[in-house]
Design a protein around this ligand. Sequence first.
Ligand code: AMP
Ligand code: ZN
Length: 474
Amino acid sequence: MILYNTLGQKKMEFKTHTEGKVNMYTCGPTVYHYAHIGNLRTYIMEDVLDKFLRYEGYEVNRVMNITDVGHLASDADTGEDKMLKGAKREKKTVLEIAEFYTNAFFDDCKKLNIKRPEVVEPATCCIPEFIEMVSTLLDKGYAYQAGGNVYFDTSKLQKYYVFGNQTEDDLAVGVRDSVEEDEHKRNKTDFVLWFTKSKFEDQELKWDSPWGNGYPGWHIECSAISIKHGGEYLDLHCGGVDNAFPHHTNEIAQSEAYLGHEWCPHWFHVLHLLDSTGKMSKSKGEFLTVSLLEKKGYDPIVYRMFCLQSHYRKPLTFTFESLDNAVVAYNKLISRIAALKAEGEADTEKAQEYIAKFKEAVGNDLNTSLGLTCLYDVLKAPVNDATKLYLIADFDRVLSLNLIEAAQNLSNAEPEDTGATAEEAAKIEELIAQRTKARAEKDWATADRIRDELKDMGVVLEDTAQGIKWKIVR
Ligand code: AMP
Ligand code: ZN
């Protein structure tokens, strides 16, 4: 597979330390609130990457942390622990908040067909590992104690700016987040490994350590959890682009200082989902969650389709109009699949040609939109329906759009519920999709013409919370 690597900033062949095996680490959610659909864009694209590697025959061991302590409101190691903020907001304990939002996160993942990683580890379960790592960093001279905290000394590194694209201004996180700088840091880029002092003395979760009662910094969590479950050599580390600096830069600093050798050669970052105002946030305006999409009548899988239609290395702007377009595309796709007849045998030899094209598309820096094009090419291909169904099911091992299941549900629903034959249903679904699109584009003339055409076919439309329902009254 060819995959862009933020380390080196170019596309390169993806290689693993042990042949055929991928040690993959994913920064998990900070469980102080629901994930917004921006966070979930990152997890969807990581899921496709994970599944594509398996599709290519790799054995993947994927580890994800749950950040339930130490992620402060500001990257400059000041500000309140986000978890404490969440607990205060809901008048609950930090652990109650963590449990609730961890479950909510995995519920959302399930709805989006995001597979649960092999290992999921909350940070609060790894305090001894963090303490051991910080102690070693102190012993090796990479860390120092000041003002009650333990800091990583970035001046001890040969190279700190590993991703190479930051400027001094980007790096001055204290300035960026308009909070005062920590006077105990020897260098501007130093960061906290273990806190015993913070501006917020009411930190709820604290543990005894050789440096006093306190709690770990956010960055040490991912290094220690990754090494605990993935060993000393990681193949692939993933996260949203905002994680590249300072979080991943600091992870590399402390992991390599601790291990004494290179740690992870390949870094995968997903660009942000933006809303119409720019940066997506959990506090301003309408908080975009999977539940909100469901409340508005959208099937969450359509959001997955929306994400797959774009490249992960481009920012993506979310609007409900563009999601409506994804609904149209998805429904049309499903009705075309539903119209295929599962008769005869699949020509698995001929299918290899299409599988090779799909692998080439997705294997070129995870080009999922080209992967979808391969799917449409299969629908038009000069092969029998059984071969088409075979290929669709095969590609869906990576895309995870419930293609076969949704098409079967549609076919099964037809005779008794709608009164239409499979062919009629495919045509009607397509017309409804075109009408939805025309309405979204305020093309009333087209919308009216389609409505009349449907009426002539005896189709009765009904708007429901699950979208438009229809039946034929003959
Ligand atoms: P958090 O829960 O804040 O720790 O973030 C979870 C994941 O979501 C991290 O990998 C972030 O980099 C990623 N992320 C945060 N905001 C966005 C966004 N707007 N679009 C895509 N990914 C994001
Ligand atoms: Zn992380």
